[in-house]
Design a protein around this ligand. Sequence first.
Ligand SMILES: [Zn+2]
Length: 458
Amino acid sequence: MTILMAAAILFTWITSSGAAETAHCGVFDIDRVGWASTEAIKRTPGADWWIELDDRLLICGTPDSIDLIATGYLVVARPQRLTSNRMMLSLGRSPVDLETDGFRVLTSSGGYAVVLAPLFLDDPSAAAVHDRGDRRVLAPLPPNTVVLRQQANAPPALKTVFRPEVQTLVDQVNGNRWFDDVVSLASYNRHTHSPDNLNARDWLVTQFQSLPNLTVTTPSFNVSGTPAYNVVATLEGALGSHDWYVVGGHYDSTSENASVAAPGAEDNASGCAGVLEMARIFTGFQPRATILFICYSGEEQGLHGSDAHVSALSATGDLGKVQAMLDMDMIGYTADADLDCLLETEPFAQTLLDPFVDAAAEFTQLRIVTTLNAWGSDHVPYLDAGVPALLTIENDWSEYPDYHSTNDLPANLTIAMAEEILKMNVAALAALTGAEPGRLFSDGFESGDTSSWSVTAP
Ligand SMILES: [Zn+2]
């Protein structure tokens, strides 16, 4: 729709602290309205500032501007007297808990909530909580921010063209095989400080060693006095070792009673089993680029395994070779029939979203939501080091009732959820690394086609 307005009366005033306080706001339903409509709403004359979160747009401005938008879009709420400098972003806390603590929840999705800080907090930024190893965040939220974007409302972009052979790779994703690995991993107490964690490490080494063409190592690091180990399986690329890709997910787990049990089926046997499943598929073929398949330890104590890997890459001068990192953390749970998946990165790595978004559209039924706010998993140390990195996580993770619990068991998972995420990731990684089913690694057969695996076209 087109929004026209003859005259706009600014209805903002300056408070004693100098911040603009806006009298009128609306939370509008923008579910799948498209990029052009979303932008048109934001440009409504008299509209002052906005925040976009999945299928909701919070927008504030003059009363007339909000009324005008309401003629074309469903009003979910009409919150009044919001101040842009008191807006905060919460991750990983329930709306009920937030309201109990005095925060006004304006809209929420995917574990994120857009909240108004309570007036008793003189300086909301002083209340900020940001531990990069924890998916519990409270941060100041600047106006005009996209927190979560529905793929249906994203700007038009060049599309990745997948060669027909990618379907052959995607078809090899086997959800039952993935689930068997989840069951095996969940049989160990994989807490970083549990002796049983080393048995899980050894099981992973055996699994990777049973695959062709992998070099497996277990570099160690230290977590509060306990030796911990990553499991790194390297698949050398056809074009030498100049371009590296990392596919990772932590295998350590935690629970409220970790000395007794920490099965961690969803967090994160699901992602580590996903790394194994992708290794099985890619070791059947020779990618042009080198792929490092890594199951990390020490994630739950603060991303120690991924930190250690980034430090090791830096020490050997190999960090610049890493073209991209793909993280899988919690890929097997869904709260409902909607198979929604969150893709999480930072603004400098935004283009890394494209092959995943395109793969999801072409090979899966996934509903994709994206964010440029990255927190709390093994993609963060790579992003901090300037390496484009992407987390794939099911979008209902914050509703999982057995998160970090002794009841985080395989029976809670939905095979189709993980299978769809793995299909997306296999297709996107094939596009990025140039893996070709026609180029069998074992006998050196080459298809003769050396053109790029992935091309873009309008
Ligand atoms: Zn995790």
